[in-house]
Design a protein around this ligand. Structure first.
Ligand SMILES: Cc1ncc(COP(=O)(O)O)c(C=O)c1O
Length: 342
């Protein structure tokens, strides 16, 4: 629970601290030393099937409640993890939730979409619109709710504004306590709030972000968020790899497929194809090219996202698992209509 001093800025939604676990067989498969490699289990944050968005929503929901909101309004694409956890956070706090989803209405409810329905979120289908139009629709929905007497709060895309990023400042500080001498923290980079919070807590030298292709300028987003967090570094030199995106956001690559299979088969750890599988294959690439050395204390942040697996086209093609080039074999499009970060 948040203490009385924090009560103004943060509500309690998750289970803290999340565990750090050793993963010796996976460490060896990545070329790392089993004694100095850990998984930070932020997939086990507790609320609404867990994941990184819970930390952000503790701050974002406190802001919303402070403004007297009764309804949370947010956006994403069909398989948005952020949308699902926002819906769960609303329910935990006794609020309602409207999700403005890009794309056309899906004929079936799978993955995150099924959970959105279970959580009783109202879904507004925005059609195949770009980011700016999706944001406009969110504002429009919020204004309509207000006009009907339901105070509402807009939660930003991916939960990534400086307030949401504070959740990952907390995570960075938590990690400092859990892993003395921590040298590398490796994490998926989408809308940037997760990486920004970790960089604010640990410094840019220790955080390696693996771009998953969700936004056009991930580095610019992280820098802007750091500014909003009051980070004193003028021009932080960020460590970002962009070599794992492959054909595009959400499209499974051979390396990500291998990472998913390794985590599952060597450690019983389940990754998602959109974020965490690409992040783990980014760590493998970083070891291979000498950016991360065996023996340097290294943490891989598991940011969750598993429900998205059941809405990904991989769910209809389990025969792709372990294939050397699943996306080329299929011309795969990843999450249908899911071309923007969330
Ligand atoms: C499972 C998962 N991991 C990582 C991320 C990336 O986090 P951020 O958007 O803060 O960069 C997301 C964002 O949607 C996510 O859903």
């Amino acid at each position: 629970m948040a203490g009385p001093r924090e009560a103004m800025t943060r509500v309690s939604l998750g289970t803290w601290p999340t565990p750090v676990e050793r993963a010796p067989r996976l460490a060896r498969a990545l070329g790392l030393d089993p004694e100095t490699f850990w998984l930070k289990r932020d997939d086990l944050t507790g609320l609404g099937a867990g994941g990184n968005k819970v930390r952000k929503l503790e701050y974002l929901c406190a802001d919303a409640l402070g403004r007297g909101a009764e309804v949370l309004v947010t956006s994403g694409r069909t398989q948005s993890n952020h949308a699902r956890i926002t819906a769960a956070a609303a329910r935990r706090l006794g609020l309602r939730c409207v999700l403005v989803l890009g794309g056309e209405e899906e004929p079936t409810r799978q993955g995150n979409l099924l959970l959105d329905a279970l959580l009783g979120a109202r879904i507004v289908w925005a059609g195949p619109v770009g980011d700016a139009e999706l944001d406009r629709r969110v504002e429009q929905v919020a204004a309509e709710l207000e006009a009907r007497g339901s105070p509402s709060a807009v939660i930003p895309l991916g939960g990534s504004n400086p307030s949401g990023a504070r959740g990952y400042v907390d995570c960075g500080l938590e990690l400092e306590g859990q892993i003395p001498g921590l040298r590398h923290v490796v994490v998926a980079l989408g809308t940037g709030g997760t990486m920004a919070g970790l960089v604010a807590a640990l410094g840019p030298e220790r955080v390696l972000g693996i771009d998953v292709g969700a936004t056009e300028d991930p580095a610019g987003r992280v820098v802007a968020l750091l500014g909003g967090l009051g980070d004193p570094r003028e021009r932080p030199v960020l460590r970002i790899r962009s070599d794992q995106v492959g054909p595009g956001y959400g499209v499974l690559t051979a390396d990500a497929s291998r990472a998913m299979s390794d985590a599952a088969e060597l450690e019983g750890v389940l990754l998602d194809p959109v974020y965490t599988a690409k992040a783990l294959s980014g760590l493998r690439a970083a070891v291979a090219d000498g950016d991360v050395h065996p023996g340097e204390p290294t943490v891989f942040v598991h940011t969750g996202g598993l429900p998205g697996l059941f809405g990904h086209e991989l769910a209809a093609h389990p025969e792709w698992l372990g294939k050397t080039d699943p996306s080329a074999a299929t011309g795969g499009q990843g999450n249908r209509g899911h071309d923007r970060a969330d």
